[in-house]
Design a protein around this ligand. Structure first.
Ligand code: GDP
Ligand code: GDP
Length: 399
């Protein structure tokens, strides 16, 4: 799921990290003898690790002093000779080694980075890499406004960040990306279980109306959500309000029978609002807590279809209108969601076929673009293949 986005985000962390670390590695070796240079290079990553371990206490002690950078630089050189010497001894020797490295200080001031001093991330360091990320997000069907927001947020967070050790770069980038993606996914969500519970208390059923065009997985999703409520201990009833096609009534009836729940249906061509109305009456009469209303899904530009949706809405006053979209259709899914939202107002989203979606662009963008939460992801063809969507989970998946 979402392999392409995953690869792009994590690739960006690697690229930024490599670029800044490459710069960093150029500096502190210049004045050292050839032999030592070789030794140092081979020990570089080992030294980084060791340095990270001792850097913290040294910094704590010497924070106030002005010569911290040079001292740490000296400590690093010493660490090549005897890595396990105590910090205090290192500090003493620092003074001696420091003299040999005075010239380097100038070089460092001119912007070169020694891993034991500080480097500040500049726009120049990350601009190209983030531009590349933006382009590849667009290729993965991430909406333009979402891609731009992510890039700007990451830039804002990284530029000016002071780096003290190699691992800082990757960590700062990871944190910045996670924050950017969390912001995108941070639309306030709705708790359907909680709503069903409240419905149970009031005696009024929870009415959920599903909208979306044919073939996206709407009927399957209704069956999955019915199963979800059954598993939570509620009794749903389905309204077969797609009366436009005889096939639609048969299809949803088939699912209802397999799950073992009641379906309210009229003949093909009947008033869809009437079917939904009857399903609500049935739920009230039988004490069922949830009414799931299927609707027709001709092209979303069809004016009659939108009027039909409006009428169902007017007649049954659903508590939630859920747009069902197919993740595989990328930006189309986002556009359709906007159209349904404009026409009838959407409160939440079910995104189907996430299991087959390598790109992930729709999942990342759709909630942000229409400012409505994704409630569920469809992740397969069986009735249990549905995931309650959580922003943190998605961030975890991606970065
Ligand atoms: P509808 O016309 O919108 O009601 O679409 P259907 O519910 O009939 O689904 C169309 C096809 O998509 C069917 O073959 C479903 O099994 C399949 N489908 C629906 N949801 C998912 C999903 O989450 N993952 C996968 N892989 N297939 C799905
Ligand atoms: P409009 O002319 O497009 O506004 O729609 P309608 O007037 O035909 O439908 C809205 C009204 O009809 C509402 O007040 C509903 O109570 C009522 N209504 C619609 N369908 C049904 C139904 O199947 N059964 C019942 N009892 N009333 C319905």
């Amino acid at each position: 799921m979402f392999e392409s986005l995953k690869k792009k985000f994590n690739g960006t962390i690697g690229k930024i990290s490599d670029k800044i670390s490459d710069e960093e590695e150029k500096t502190p070796l210049d004045d050292i003898s050839e032999e030592k240079k070789e030794k140092t290079t081979s020990k570089k990553s080992e030294s980084f690790e060791k340095l990270e371990k001792i850097e913290e206490p040294v910094l704590e002690k010497e924070k106030e002093e002005t010569g911290v950078r040079e001292k740490l630089s000296g400590i690093f050189s010493k660490k090549e000779e005897k890595a396990d010497e105590k910090t205090v001894e290192n500090s003493k020797k620092t003074e001696v080694v420091h003299k040999k490295h005075e010239d380097e200080a100038d070089e460092e001031k001119s912007g070169m980075f020694s891993f034991v001093t500080q480097k500040t991330i500049s726009e120049n360091d990350i601009d190209d890499i983030l531009f590349e990320l933006e382009m590849s997000l667009l290729e993965s069907d991430v909406a333009l406004e979402v891609a731009e927001k992510i890039i700007n947020s990451v830039k804002e967070d990284l530029i000016g960040k002071k780096i003290r050790r190699r691992s800082d770069v990757a960590e700062f980038t990871r944190v910045a990306l996670r924050k950017a993606v969390s912001e995108i996914l941070g639309v306030e969500t709705k708790d359907l279980k909680e709503m069903a519970k409240n419905a149970q208390k009031t005696g009024e059923p929870l009415k959920i109306m599903f909208v979306g065009i044919n073939g996206t997985g709407k009927t399957t999703s209704i069956a999955k959500i019915a199963t979800y409520f059954i598993n939570e201990g509620y009794t749903p009833v389905i309204a077969a309000s797609d009366t436009f096609r005889a096939g639609a009534i048969e299809q949803i009836s088939y699912h209802a029978e397999k799950i073992g729940i009641k379906i309210i249906k009229h003949k093909k061509g009947a008033d869809p609002a009437a079917v939904a109305y009857d399903a609500v009456e049935h739920a009230k009469a039988k004490g069922k807590e949830v009414v799931l209303i299927d609707t027709a899904g001709r092209m979303q530009t069809n004016v009659n279809l939108m009027d039909e949706m409006k009428k169902i809405k007017r007649v049954v006053k659903p508590d939630i209108i859920v747009y069902v979209g197919d993740a595989l259709t990328g930006n189309d899914a986002v556009e359709q969601a906007s159209k349904f939202d404009d026409a009838v107002g959407v409160d939440g989203i079910v995104l189907t076929k996430a299991d087959a979606d390598a790109k992930g662009g729709a999942a990342l963008s759709i909630g942000y673009v229409i400012n409505k939460p994704i409630l569920f992801l469809g992740v397969g063809q069986s009735y249990e293949d549905i995931l309650e969507f959580k922003a943190e989970w998605m961030v975890e998946q991606l970065i």
